[in-house]
Design a protein around this ligand. Sequence first.
Ligand SMILES: Cc1cc2nc3c(=O)[nH]c(=O)nc-3n(C[C@H](O)[C@H](O)[C@H](O)COP(=O)(O)OP(=O)(O)OC[C@H]3O[C@@H](n4cnc5c(N)ncnc54)[C@H](O)[C@@H]3O)c2cc1C
Length: 291
Amino acid sequence: MQDYISVIGGGLAGTEAAYQIAKKGIKVKLYEMKPIKFSPAHSNKNLAEIVCSNSFKSNLLTNACGLLKEELRRLGSLLIKIADETAVPAGQALAVDRSNFSQKVTEKIKSNPLIEIINKEVTNIDDIIENGITIIATGPLTTDKLAKQIAKITGEDKLYFYDAAAPIVSKESINFNIAFYGDRYLQEKKKEESIEEWKDRIKKQTVKEQSYINLPMNKEEYEDFCKGLLEAEVITLHNFEKKEIFEGCMPIEIMAKRGIDTLRFGPLKPVGFDDPRTRKKTICYCATKTR
Ligand SMILES: Cc1cc2nc3c(=O)[nH]c(=O)nc-3n(C[C@H](O)[C@H](O)[C@H](O)COP(=O)(O)OP(=O)(O)OC[C@H]3O[C@@H](n4cnc5c(N)ncnc54)[C@H](O)[C@@H]3O)c2cc1C
């Protein structure tokens, strides 16, 4: 038995695992195939590359996502600490500048004397496992050869991964005579507030409180928006993306296909926002500012 632990995969899970092991004074061999080989979604040579949304979801302690992050903070998580340091305004959510985030994690891991980074694709885990404790953290896009071996070891033949990409709205396309900044629930006019007090409070909101750009729609605009979604060009799926849809992470056009009311009872629900033009609750498309 060797005096080190092997971690395969230098993504989010693998780097956190390597850091925590080293923190206990144990040596780590961290295997990462980049920059020699990249998965179809990874493109940056750094460790802990975020290939998905830059949002780690809510920071509120009143829901599971926020509570989990707070627990990780208290347990001394490296990634949550760096996420806090590289956070960008996103209301109650924790969103990060993804390149800064990966860069900082990479620096921290590379400078740790107990962690040895080995840049190679692991194709045969038997050689590594026989040397001792091994953590496999190669993520949803584990290379084929390794995925087959994991399937063999675990007896599972259906390792599967679902995804929906967040739509990107270019700022230049937004009419700011209609759109307004604000965070759901913080922007809403309080019952006891006069219109003047409400407008005054909105004006004084901090950057953090104004971190979403909200696109209010009336009934006609909403119906046009849904129609537009149904008629819009859609991306060509990668080979690794099959056609199953995960209810918890659903593309907006699929929701629109399910019926005219789906979006207004879902992510576009008219709760927490008042349209400054009409002072009424409004259906809103909310976009996070990423720059
Ligand atoms: C296109 C896409 C969109 C996503 N969108 C979201 C989202 O919006 N929200 C969300 O929560 N999650 C999303 N995910 C899931 C996201 O990948 C995970 O949340 C997170 O990255 C998982 O971390 P991980 O460390 O398990 O895997 P990863 O971050 O993928 O890290 C795995 C690492 O292992 C390396 N590796 C793979 N195979 C080998 C091998 N054989 N040998 C050596 N190294 C190997 C890879 O190069 C990579 O660096 C998305 C994933 C993809 C691919």
